[in-house]
Design a protein around this ligand. Structure first.
Ligand code: MG
Ligand code: ZN
Length: 541
């Protein structure tokens, strides 16, 4: 009897609080909805099945994979209490979405229009999952490695006609008032006067940011949103140590614009003077702050530069961006281990680049002997080069992004910007060397067939020659050169690209949580449904 009582007491004292969610589920079987306390949405921008596949292929096949036990965050999302869905991403009345419309659809559960932020497709503001979570008494946060006012995070806490209106988006975000905002993009938060050397506000900002990055404003007014943020109770952080020391509501802006790309981050990771937090560090801080709330929290974390690497057709950078996502998600999974109160959704807003490894007719491997009995009298001699997995190690060893490679090249004096020097720079920082004639081809230009002086999308009269694909390489000069470099090394990387823009390929949806919490997120979905399920998950009723 006494033993039985002890056992019951033990269950009440120790088991019940830890598993209150699952207990509720068991004792109230008629209730169809079991709300998770916390909802964490992780968006890999541009992270289609191709990008997920790149990391998985690296993990399984790279001869010197640096991933422990060749396990990725995708494996861990599925290992227990995990499920998989496939989701279409198209926006209203179009085949392909941009990040703004897709983010808006995820955030609101409603169809949105291209390039709109937090609106339905008619242009009316719609409540977002973040705003709904605030109504439900939860803490909320947004974390990104791009600008915090960039399309993806903006869609969760702003309502504007166009994604480019980042100065207005910043105002909206403060009005929405998430507890945590961490990312880059100080330049839309500070008054125009900050561009004047003598202005008092500039001196104040230089002091605040401790010279970590240049001070410049993109605002066309005198509003200092940092002051507004302070009045609203935010602590401000501009570097890693300020962030680490902060508690309570936090606005952290760690660059004038986007944060560095994943290769640049890796290159400076062990530098004791590193002032910019990693995506993982920002996410950890966000959880530390948000998890104080007894009512739970909603947190959106964006790995935003997978998309940019894919726009650049930069496979080595894209692999590093996937690593950045991987370590961030792994941290979340470690935190959530053994919790039953948290729903984690890992997905993308769309696919970018149309990437894949492909086999070629170049470098056909030599015929060789096999021990199998059907090869006793003949050699094994496949007709094509199906790809050496060693390519994966070489992609991982890339030392600069294509963007930074071309920056280095264009920092040379005009006379030194020769094909020979381009080849030198490329061959120093990548393991896929280019020849002089390939460098010449990359630097060739022609009249831009799409150029019109009054067209806001195109600013260069002459662009690198991309033959017939210009329409899909919409970011012009540099992006075209990145694509040409990708083309030059394609047969050595076995990597092919279809576009410099997004594609309609459905994206994967990994969900982890209790059976009931994750159930809606599997199957074939559309992102508006995902948005509705998220909305439902954070709602009180
Ligand atoms: Mg984005
Ligand atoms: Zn994009």
């Amino acid at each position: 009897m006494k033993d039985k009582l002890v056992a019951i007491l033990t269950i009440i004292l120790f088991v019940f609080p830890a598993f209150s969610c699952s207990q509720k589920q068991k004792t109230l079987p008629l209730s169809p909805i079991v709300k998770p306390k916390n909802v964490i949405l992780i968006i890999g921008d541009g992270m289609g099945p191709e990008q997920v596949g790149l990391l998985l292929t690296y993990a399984r096949q790279a001869p010197h994979s640096v991933l422990k036990d060749r396990i990725t965050c995708f494996d861990r999302m599925m290992d227990k209490n995990g499920s998989l869905g496939v989701s279409l991403t198209y926006a209203h009345n179009v085949l392909v979405t941009d990040s703004a419309a897709s983010g808006s659809q995820l955030a609101t559960g409603r169809f949105s229009g291209s390039e709109m932020i937090g609106l339905d497709y008619n242009g009316d503001p719609v409540i977002t999952v973040l705003e709904r979570a605030i109504q439900a008494g939860k803490s909320t946060g947004l974390v990104t490695d791009t600008r915090i006012t960039h399309a993806t995070p903006a869609a969760f806490a702003a309502h504007q006609a166009h994604r480019g209106m980042e100065t207005a988006i910043a105002v909206d975000m403060l009005a929405a008032g998430p507890d945590v905002l961490l990312g880059g993009g100080l330049d839309v938060w500070i008054p125009e006067e900050a561009n004047t050397k003598e202005a008092g506000v500039r001196g104040e900002l230089e002091k605040l940011t401790q010279g970590a990055f240049p001070i410049r404003s993109k605002r066309k007014d005198s509003r200092n949103l940092l002051t507004t943020a302070r009045e609203k109770g935010y602590k401000l952080a501009f570097n890693r140590s300020q962030m680490n020391a902060a508690s309570g509501k936090l606005l952290g802006l760690f660059s004038d614009s986007a944060l560095p790309n994943a290769i640049a981050v890796s290159n400076t990771l062990d530098d004791p003077k590193r002032s910019i937090p990693t995506l993982k560090e920002m996410s950890a801080k966000a959880i530390e702050i948000l998890s104080q709330n007894e009512q739970g929290f909603f947190l959106m974390i964006e790995a935003g530069q997978i998309d940019w690497a894919a726009h650049s057709n930069d496979a080595g950078l894209m692999l590093h961006e996937m690593f950045r996502l991987n370590e961030t998600v792994n941290h979340i999974l470690n935190w959530a281990e053994n919790r039953e109160d948290t729903l984690i959704i890992l997905t993308a807003d769309h696919t970018t680049g149309g990437f894949g490894f492909s086999y070629t007719g170049k470098d056909q491997p030599a015929a060789r002997q096999l021990s199998g009995k059907l090869f006793k009298d003949t050699v094994y001699n496949p007709g094509y080069n199906f790809g050496d997995p060693g390519v994966l190690d070489k992609l991982y060893s890339q030392k600069l992004s294509y963007g930074d490679i071309f920056d280095k090249f264009y920092q040379l004096s005009k006379e030194a910007q020769t094909p020979g020097n381009l080849a030198l720079v490329v061959n120093r920082y990548t393991d896929f060397p280019i020849t002089l004639s390939q460098a010449e081809r990359i630097l060739e230009t022609e009249d831009n067939p799409l150029y019109a002086a009054d067209d806001r999308r195109f600013n260069a009269k002459t662009v690198p020659k991309l033959d017939n694909k210009d329409e899909f390489y919409i970011y012009q000069k540099t992006s075209n050169q990145h694509a040409l470099l990708a083309l030059a090394v394609a047969s050595d990387q076995l990597a092919v690209w279809n576009t410099g823009a997004h594609t309609n390929t459905p994206v994967l949806v990994f969900a982890k949580g209790t059976d009931a919490a994750r159930a809606p997120f599997s199957g074939v979905l559309h992102h508006t449904q995902l948005g509705q399920y998220l909305m439902d998950a954070v709602s009180k009723k």
